[in-house]
Design a binder for this molecule. Structure first.
Ligand code: ZN
Length: 336
């Protein structure tokens, strides 16, 4: 009884959606409704950008100013004389970002380095949901520029650690992953899953409330597999060392050759490393006793070759085909 009463009061207290300050064109011919805002916009413009809205307006009695019931069919809801369409489950602020990107020439540019993260995630999810094809392309291109799919490029952007979408890079990965998963953009998902494994378990679970259970499952499963691979790589470092030092090109002029003196120290400090922290030159500089330049480069190369082998397998940890197939998918989406 008490619960019912509380629920009722809650519903009564809830504010009715109000016309949006900007997206309310007096001569608009359709009203889109969310829980917070109403948007009075133009059907023709929406239909020209979005196949979902076009198809919706093509349906009988949808988007037309029809009053009364006709043979038991769904009757168009109206708002001050124009058809009203409820966008069920869409956040009002997110819809505002979408509509402003469509109706305002300079609201969103894919080359804008300062596009806020919440705008990017809203545009990604909603342009996919309502099939705003050109907008989706732009957003996917913009995100993919920050998340390249080759190991060398990925190591570089990770090392540069430049803020993206107005935030620290590390703050962007989980929100982008959630949005891309919701939008079903497979061309972005392997690299965003991989990037999200850099976050610790506490950070992941802080974000998990708004993450689909399926997405969380893939992320944790892939993170576990990748951790095992990184641990194997670190455990096998002494083995790669023996292969890398003491060749006939060794430039060591001391009594002890590189082969005799090379050894790792403090390797246990690497055990909690993320994949990008295992780059060959970084490991050699930080954990290997001094050896000649040639042998150092040779050891670093053997570590990097192992990293390349792991890199190739990364999409499969998250149940996706390889990088080449993912790149082909990205090209297909961008060029469609
Ligand atoms: Zn040497």
């Amino acid at each position: 009884m008490g619960v019912q009463h509380g629920s009722k009061r809650c519903k009564e207290d809830q504010e009715a959606p109000r016309p949006h300050d900007i997206l309310w064109f007096p001569d608009g011919n359709v009203v889109l409704a969310t829980d917070t805002y109403l948007f009075k916009v133009y059907k023709g413009l929406l239909a020209s950008h979005s196949t979902v809205f076009r198809d919706m307006f093509d349906l009988p009695n949808v988007g037309e100013a029809i009053h009364g019931e006709i043979n038991g069919e769904i009757v168009q809801e109206m708002y001050e004389g124009v058809p009203l369409i409820s966008l069920i489950g869409d956040d009002g602020e997110d819809v505002a970002h979408l509509l402003r990107a469509v109706f305002e020439r300079h609201y969103y540019h894919r080359d804008d380095k300062d596009t806020p993260l919440n705008v990017i995630t809203a545009l990604l999810v909603l342009s996919s949901k309502y099939d705003f094809k050109e907008l989706l392309k732009d957003v996917v291109i913009q995100i993919s520029q920050h998340y390249p799919m080759s190991l060398q490029e990925f190591d570089q952007v990770t090392e540069d650690d430049v803020p993206i979408f107005g935030r620290e890079r590390s703050d962007c990965e989980l929100p982008l992953l959630k949005a891309a998963f919701k939008a079903g953009v497979d061309a972005l998902l392997p690299i965003l899953f991989f990037s999200s494994t850099f976050r610790d378990v506490s950070s992941i679970f802080r974000e998990s409330d708004s993450m689909s259970p399926e997405c969380l499952h893939y992320l944790m499963k892939g993170k576990e597999q990748l951790d095992i691979k990184v641990h194997q790589l670190i455990s096998d470092l002494p083995e790669y060392l023996r292969k890398g030092v003491g060749s006939s090109d060794c430039q060591c002029s001391e009594a002890k050759t590189c082969f005799q003196k090379a050894q790792y120290t403090n390797l246990s400090a690497l055990i909690n490393s993320y994949f990008y922290q295992t780059r060959g030159p970084v490991v050699v500089a930080g954990y290997l006793s001094p050896i000649c330049e040639h042998c150092g480069a040779s050891v670093a190369k053997s570590i990097d070759e192992k990293r390349e082998e792991i890199w190739k397998e990364i999409p499969s940890y998250f149940c996706y085909p390889g990088w080449e197939a993912t790149k082909a998918r990205l090209d297909e989406l961008i060029n469609s």
